[in-house]
Ligand binder design. Structure first.
Ligand code: IDP
Ligand code: MG
Length: 139
């Protein structure tokens, strides 16, 4: 059954390019409510742990380096059908293949530096939210 929450990160390239405001505006205008949010930076160790499911993929090292290269914004978002609707809002992993009007089409630089993360399942949304936020940090 679909839950009503997903997890996102605004990635280092988008933070560096001052796109936090633009991306949050798109998220709010698409009807997502912010449940939890923080501006933080992943250590290489934490990024490695967060992306452990991709450990065997050829780009894992590059991904861990990149995700620990600068600050990010992490957030839990709420909306009906949150996981699927957020994946639609962000667009394809590769911004050259992302639909017009999606966050990645507008803000992403490359397949690696692709502006935002979005959970791919309810189960991962729960795990990823728990990675960053305690119960007291959710509203
Ligand atoms: P997703 O973020 O659209 O769910 P995943 O396949 O889960 O895409 O990959 C996780 C992240 O790994 C991507 O968002 C991107 O930053 C990075 N990534 C995916 N494929 C490649 C690639 O072919 N080269 C470099 N980085 C990649
Ligand atoms: Mg993914």
């Amino acid at each position: 059954m679909a839950t009503n929450r997903t997890f996102t990160m605004i990635k280092p390239d988008a933070v560096e390019n001052n796109y936090i405001g633009g991306i949050l505006k798109m998220i709010n205008e698409a009807g997502f409510r912010i449940v939890a949010m923080k501006y933080t930076k992943l250590s290489a160790e934490a990024a490695g742990k967060f992306y452990e499911i991709h450990k065997e993929r050829p780009f894992y090292g590059e991904l861990v380096n990149y995700m620990s290269s600068g600050p990010i914004v992490a957030a839990i978002l709420e909306k009906e059908n949150a996981v699927a609707d957020f994946r639609t809002l962000i667009g394809a992993t590769d911004p050259t293949k992302a639909d017009e009007g999606t966050i990645r089409k507008i803000y992403a630089k490359s397949i690696a530096a692709n502006a935002v993360h979005g959970s791919d399942s309810d189960e991962n949304a729960q795990l990823e939210g728990d990675f960053y936020f305690s119960k007291l940090e959710r509203f």
